[in-house]
Design a protein around this ligand. Sequence first.
Ligand SMILES: *Cc1c(COP(=O)(O)O)cnc(C)c1O
Length: 380
Amino acid sequence: MNRVLAPTASAPLIRREVAGLPGYDPGADPDEVAVLSGSRRVIKLSNSEIPYGVSPAVAEAVRLGIADGFARYPDPTGKRLTDAIGKSLDVPADRIVLGNGSENILELLCQAVLDPGDLVITQAPGFSLHEIFPRVMGARVEKVPVTAEFGFDAAAWRDALAAGPKLVFLANPCNPTGAMLGAGELDRVVAGTPESALLVLDEAYGEFARPDPEYPDGLEALRTLDRPWIVLRTFSKAYGLAGLRIGYGIASDAALVRALDRVRTPYNVNRPAQDAAVAALGDHAHLADTVRRTGLEIARVTDRLRAAGLRVVPSSTNFLFIDTGHPSDRVAWELHRAGIIVKAWREPGYENHIRASLSTPEDNDVFVRCLTEICAKDRS
Ligand SMILES: *Cc1c(COP(=O)(O)O)cnc(C)c1O
């Protein structure tokens, strides 16, 4: 959605970098899709949300918070949560930063680090905020393409990193492809990133990939390195707390966290979110169950789509990146008419792809049936 700001009286006030930005695409509005499809129950597969609900411990923590009322501000340091995260990861709590979603931390990093004209490197296809937030600061963004097989292009990364970036955004597993980098590939990015640059490893989907012995835990890979880095994680995806907006980062040093503290709004993480995250972090069984069920569905749906002749990237996440063989906007429109919301991909070279996060087995079956019908119809 490349909406250009309308020429109104406020237009001259808007910074050039902001006026020229692409907007973030949150996907179609479920209410509009309900009207379009005439079905009251819309199947929303556009935002990587999980269908399994939250841990009972989370529900209880939030309920206790409601009883307490909301007149008081939250703890601006989020101490109870940073202590719990620090303890679980064996990292000092002063190296943990909290955000209103990990997106908020991406934004704070750009504000704290980037000057106009600085170079930022990230991957394409990629997560739009890895480009949008740097551009707000007037930075230049260079996107390194994946290989034709959606893999890591070592030569392209080496060349891009040699150009001297100030900031590197790498998502592992990647969004939108769902593919993961192995330990050797991550090591190459780390080795190629100048020591003067900040390496940001975005592990929003790391919980889904961790059972795979080939998946390199970013914190373990970076922990002992004497260079600036930060690993970002979130409670939005595998923990199922997207609506509460809370994520965190583990930084190479406490000074980086203090710099982010200076630019963030002091109460950026609300109280129910902090309470819920502490509870979610403690319920290992619920997380393991979500990850296990998600993995089974990813494997099952991948097989079914491939059996129908569609090209699907092997996914280490809770979503699939699918080559529909047809313009993604048209396929998405047909799915919307059937009451199913997916994200039509629009990055150059991927205009035939959709990204669909999986839901319950029943809803996934409806999705597979509709998608294969739409693609078969178009083919004939
Ligand atoms: C979802 C996502 C995030 C962060 O989401 P929050 O809800 O803000 O925590 C960060 N990076 C990537 C690649 C994501 O897909």
